[in-house]
Ligand binder design. Structure first.
Ligand code: SAM
Length: 269
């Protein structure tokens, strides 16, 4: 593991995005304060756990497509989250055992669980970097120890950018990262939107703010702004549940209702 590697200090007095998400996914790596916020959000929007699952499946489908049909062998996943099987490297390395994967997150609890992210194939490489997405230069420097930036890389920013406000450099960080990628690389991104359920999402954002967590919903056009200069793969920017459902494996029925996260994959030429 690389990065600043501080002694792991986990603040259990305030909710953390990674742990609330883990609670939605039915994980065990969360605390009462995370469950409390999760339950508050569910009181407004019963679909929140569905959205978390749907987003996770989007990551799985996109990774299958990129490691499979597209043939990408290098992955840089920023905002990795607490490990939940199958993790990205397990999917990528099931197509290509020699796939190289760098995971990045800034939450100490993800660092505390990072070992599960490092159990890959003997032929491949998995690395974990503790870093903040708002410092893309530092991430690129550390990722370059494992990944070859002269060759295509799949950069994934999945359910990350709604935690980064525009004024904290959300668009600039994406531009800096994409700029460093070779032609043939891809950007995989999902981000919360208020386009489908404006009132529920507005109330959810209020609850997260009260818990001290920044959350930003972005419109279709605003999500499109992250893909400036890239070619979007079909079907473009859609709710994560509607991105290439033909690639689904072991997805249980989600039920009706919108999923308030846009997802898309763009290619750099
Ligand atoms: C909702 S989880 C998404 C996990 C995974 N990408 C997925 O979609 O299943 C968001 C993750 O982003 C991380 N995160 C939030 N802000 C971050 C930042 N500024 N730098 C790095 N990671 C961040 C959180 O710690 C959390 O693990």
């Amino acid at each position: 593991m690389t990065g600043t590697e501080p002694a792991v200090r986990i603040d259990t007095t305030r909710p953390h995005p990674a742990r609330v998400y883990d609670w939605y996914l039915g994980g065990k790596d969360n605390y009462p304060v995370d469950e409390a916020l999760g339950r508050q959000i569910m009181a407004i929007d019963t679909g929140a756990p569905r959205a978390a699952r749907s987003n996770r499946w989007f990551m799985q489908r996109a990774t299958r497509h990129l490691a499979g049909a597209t043939g990408i062998r290098q992955f840089l996943d920023i905002g990795t989250g607490i490990p939940t099987e199958p993790n990205l490297h397990q999917i990528a390395q099931s197509f290509a055992p020699d796939a190289r994967v760098v995971y990045v997150d800034n939450d100490p609890i993800v660092l505390a669980h990072a070992e599960a992210l490092l159990r890959g194939t003997p032929e491949g490489v998995t690395e974990y970097v503790q870093a903040d997405a708002r410092e893309p230069g530092a991430i690129l420097e550390q990722a370059a120890r494992v990944l070859d930036f002269e060759r295509p890389i799949a950069l994934s920013l999945i359910a990350l950018l709604h935690f980064v406000a525009d004024e904290d450099g959300a668009y600039d960080l994406v531009d800096t990262l994409v700029e460093a990628l070779a032609p043939g690389s891809c950007l995989v991104l999902s981000c919360m939107t208020a386009d489908f359920e404006p009132e529920n999402v507005r109330q959810g954002i209020e609850r997260y703010s009260a818990g001290g967590v920044t959350l930003v919903a972005r419109s279709h056009a605003e999500v499109g702004g992250f893909f400036r200069g890239l070619d979007l793969m079909e079907p473009g920017i859609v709710s994560v549940k509607d991105w290439r459902p033909d690639l689904a494996r072991d997805e249980s029925p989600l039920g009706d209702g919108p999923v308030s996260l846009y997802g898309a994959v763009g290619v750099k030429y």
